[in-house]
Design a protein around this ligand. Structure first.
Ligand SMILES: [Zn+2]
Ligand SMILES: [Zn+2]
Length: 182
């Protein structure tokens, strides 16, 4: 009889012993969850701050602002244009050729060069967009001669001597005048 009593008593004793364990495990789990979440938040903030610094540094090193200023300079500038038929007019600079307002023939911006012996000579310019998007002089032409690379020396059509540009670079001259004005 006693054995059966002890045998019946032991099972109800077991559950109360087991119950505290899951409860303790739960509290331990909650505490453990809070600690990694704070660490994760800190690491996330650190990563975001590092990304912000990296982005700021990347933007600071980008040559884009200089290119934008250069492009604005070319389109804002009033340049002298001359068409194939000899009409001259003033219009804003652009990379592409511009049709003449009078005869619709292609016209090109003209810049001044000077021969020490023969005086000023008008030189036609063709601009091109570089890989960075900045416009630069690509080709030059004296009178109605052949186009030649802008890197070549510009020679006088009469004596063949290399000529000197009156303003060193139309874009540089514009930048200077802009700096003086503003
Ligand atoms: Zn014309
Ligand atoms: Zn000359």
């Amino acid at each position: 009889m006693d054995r059966s009593h002890t045998a019946r008593l032991t099972p109800p004793d077991d559950p109360p012993v087991d119950r505290p364990h899951p409860a303790r495990r739960h509290t331990v789990r909650i505490v453990r969850r809070r600690i990694p979440s704070r660490a994760a938040l800190l690491s996330l903030l650190t990563a975001m701050a590092a990304a912000a610094v990296a982005f700021a540094a990347w933007r600071w090193w980008q040559p884009a602002p200089t290119v934008a200023v250069y492009q604005r300079t070319l389109s804002d500038v009033e340049m002298s244009w001359r068409c194939e038929a000899g009409h001259s007019f003033t219009a804003s600079g652009q990379v592409a050729d511009r049709p003449c307002a009078m005869c619709d023939q292609p016209a090109y911006p003209v810049i001044g060069y000077e021969c020490k012996q023969h005086g000023p000579v008008e030189v036609a310019v063709r601009f091109t967009s570089g890989p960075d998007g900045a416009p630069r002089m690509s080709q030059l032409r004296v009178n109605h001669g052949a186009w030649f690379p802008a890197s070549d020396p510009v020679r006088c059509p009469q004596c063949g001597a290399p000529m000197v540009p009156k303003p060193a670079d139309p874009l540089d001259a514009l930048n200077r005048s802009k700096k003086k004005g503003g």
